[in-house]
Design a protein around this ligand. Structure first.
Ligand SMILES: CSC[C@@H](O)[C@@H](O)C(=O)COP(=O)(O)O
Ligand SMILES: [Zn+2]
Length: 207
């Protein structure tokens, strides 16, 4: 198996950022139980990604491991996130992507179970956090894909839609995938999307 080639400092910084991101997502209630996964692209193209099954709000350095761009662990026997392929496909699609986040918020779970193959967000100032959006007046489409325990098959369903996405996507009854050029941008987009999903949920309660 190929060895990682990157400055030791880059991996350490990635681990620190992943741990901090997990804690932040946990404060918002977006990673209940062992839900969610988090990754950063390293300078050599490999990924630092959360190990499968841990609580993402309580990660230690050993909760993050290294995989190659195809999702294969660099250390034999390591078990990366069950959804590693969904991270790999974002990085393969978007050379500018530096961090990918996946959470299971109440809003994304409930709204996506109400039906439809997309949520359309319109009229919100916060839409401007998404790539290429400069006005509240635009319509932001957030695609919804049916959940699938076969992640390779789910990745194939998502793939043709990646090019048109600016806000990430939702897996029905499951959660969101969001990314950005670095961890700060990915977190900003996740917060923006979750804020808007929470607004949509509240709107549906209005008489
Ligand atoms: C609490 S079950 C959630 C998992 O099935 C999965 O959807 C998830 O988000 C976390 O899986 P993981 O393998 O830890 O990255
Ligand atoms: Zn999940």
């Amino acid at each position: 198996m190929a060895q990682a080639v990157f400055p030791a400092g880059a991996y350490c910084r990635a681990v620190e950022r992943i741990i901090a991101a997990g804690q932040r997502m946990d404060r918002f209630g977006w990673v209940p139980a062992t839900a969610g996964n988090i990754s950063i692209r390293l300078p050599d193209g490999n990924l630092a990604i959360t190990r499968s099954g841990g609580h993402k709000g309580q990660l230690g350095p050993d909760g993050v491991i290294c995989v190659d761009p195809q999702g294969r662990p660099l250390a034999p026997g390591d078990r990366p996130s069950a959804e590693t392929l969904l991270h790999c496909q974002v990085y393969a699609h978007d050379p500018a992507a530096g961090a990918v986040l996946h959470g299971h918020s109440v809003a994304s779970t409930v709204l996506s179970m109400a039906g439809g193959d997309a949520l359309v967000l319109e009229g919100y100032e916060v839409q401007k956090v998404f790539a290429g959006q400069d006005t509240h007046a635009a319509r932001v489409h957030v695609p919804i894909f049916d959940n699938d325990q076969d992640i390779a098959r789910l990745a194939r369903v998502v793939a043709p839609h990646l090019a048109g996405m600016c806000a990430g996507y939702i897996i029905r009854g499951h959660g969101v995938y969001v990314w950005g050029a670095d961890m700060d941008m990915a977190l900003a987009r996740l917060e923006g999307l979750e804020f808007l999903l929470a607004c949509e949920l509240e709107k549906r309660k209005l008489p």
